[in-house]
Design a protein around this ligand. Structure first.
Ligand SMILES: [Zn+2]
Length: 284
C-alpha cells in the first residue's frame, strides 16, 4: 500500500511481534495478527472473544451469559481482521471473554472483573480472591497491554508513524432503550482522528453518527486507547459499531471497506502533524 514517503520502514526481523492467530495452543490468550504490518495503523479489539479458557472453566461462567453481548463485542473481530488486511495493520486482541477480565478497563475499576453487567448477575466472579484477581491481571491484562506497548515502541524506534484505532461493537438495545446511532466515535481531547472519522461517516445522510455516544471516556471505555496513545503521543480513536450492522460477514465487509476508505484518506494529514510533533520534541 502507498505510504507517505519516509514512513514505510519495516521492523528489524528480530523485533517483529510473533503472530499468534494461527497458534493451536488453547492457553494462548493474547493474539497478534499481522504483527509486522507496516501500514500506518495499529488496531485493538479488546472485546473480540467470548471464549473462556480452560483455566477459568471451574469458575462456572454460564453458557447463557457467554452468548450475550455482555461477554464480548459480536462482529467486532471480523471488522478488525478485514481492516488489518486492508490497512496492513498489526491487530491485537485478547482471546478471552471480558467477563473473565476486561482488558479495556483500568486495574482499579469496579468493571475490571464484573459481578453483574446490564442487570445480569455474573456469579462466577462473586467472592473472587485477591490472588485470583492478581492472576487474571498477570495472565491476561498485563501481557495484552505489554504486547501492544512493545509493538508501538518498536514502530517508533523504526521511524514508523502510527495511528491507534480500537474496534468495538455495541448492542442496539441497552437496558430496554433503543440506540439510534449506527456507529459511535469515542475520543478524548485529542480529536484529530475522531474528527476525520465523524466527518467521513456523516457524509452519508443515512447514518446517525454518535459523537462520544453511546459511550464516552467518562464511562472508562477509552482505557486501552488512552493508555497507549498518550504514552506514545499517537493520533487515536475508538470506533463503536452497532452490532446488528456487523452480524454477518457481508455487514463486516461493508463496514471494513467504509472505514478503511475514511482512515486512509485521513492518514496524510494526521501523520504530517505527528511528524511535526516528533520534530519539535527532538528540537527541545
Ligand atoms: Zn467493547
Amino acid at each position: 500500500m502507498a505510504l507517505p514517503s519516509g514512513l514505510a520502514t519495516s521492523f528489524p526481523a528480530e523485533s517483529v511481534p510473533a503472530d499468534t492467530a494461527a497458534a493451536s495452543d488453547p492457553d494462548t490468550l493474547i493474539m497478534v495478527e499481522n504483527g509486522a504490518g507496516a501500514g500506518p495503523f495499529v488496531l485493538l479489539c479488546d472485546h473480540a472473544s467470548n471464549r473462556v479458557a480452560d483455566a477459568y472453566q471451574p469458575f462456572g461462567f454460564a453458557a447463557d451469559r457467554l452468548g450475550l453481548h455482555i461477554a464480548w463485542d459480536p462482529g467486532a473481530l471480523g471488522v478488525a481482521r478485514l481492516l488489518s488486511g486492508r490497512l496492513d495493520a498489526p491487530l491485537f486482541w485478547p482471546d478471552i471473554s471480558r467477563l473473565v477480565i476486561d482488558c479495556n478497563r483500568p486495574l482499579d475499576a469496579a468493571s475490571l472483573i464484573v459481578v453483574e453487567s446490564e442487570g445480569r448477575a455474573v456469579p462466577a466472579n462473586v467472592g473472587l480472591s485477591g490472588t485470583e484477581r492478581a492472576r487474571r491481571i498477570e495472565r491476561v491484562h498485563a501481557p495484552y497491554h505489554d504486547a501492544i506497548d512493545a509493538c508501538l515502541t518498536q514502530r517508533h524506534a523504526s521511524g514508523l508513524a502510527t495511528i491507534l484505532i480500537a474496534i468495538h461493537s455495541f448492542t442496539p438495545v441497552y437496558l430496554g432503550k433503543a440506540r439510534p446511532w449506527h456507529v459511535g466515535i469515542v475520543f478524548d481531547e485529542d480529536a484529530r482522528m475522531a474528527n476525520a472519522l465523524i466527518k467521513g461517516l456523516a457524509a452519508d445522510p443515512g447514518f446517525m453518527v454518535g459523537v462520544n455516544e453511546p459511550y464516552s471516556p467518562a464511562d472508562l471505555v477509552y482505557y486501552s486507547v488512552s493508555r497507549h496513545a498518550r504514552t506514545h503521543r499517537l493520533p487515536a480513536a475508538m470506533i463503536e459499531i452497532r452490532n446488528n450492522e456487523i452480524g454477518d460477514e457481508a455487514g463486516q465487509k461493508i463496514w471494513a471497506d467504509r472505514l478503511a476508505e475514511i482512515l486512509l484518506a485521513a492518514t496524510p494529514g494526521l501523520l504530517g502533524a505527528q511528524q511535526a510533533v516528533v520534530r519539535s520534541l527532538q528540537v527541545e
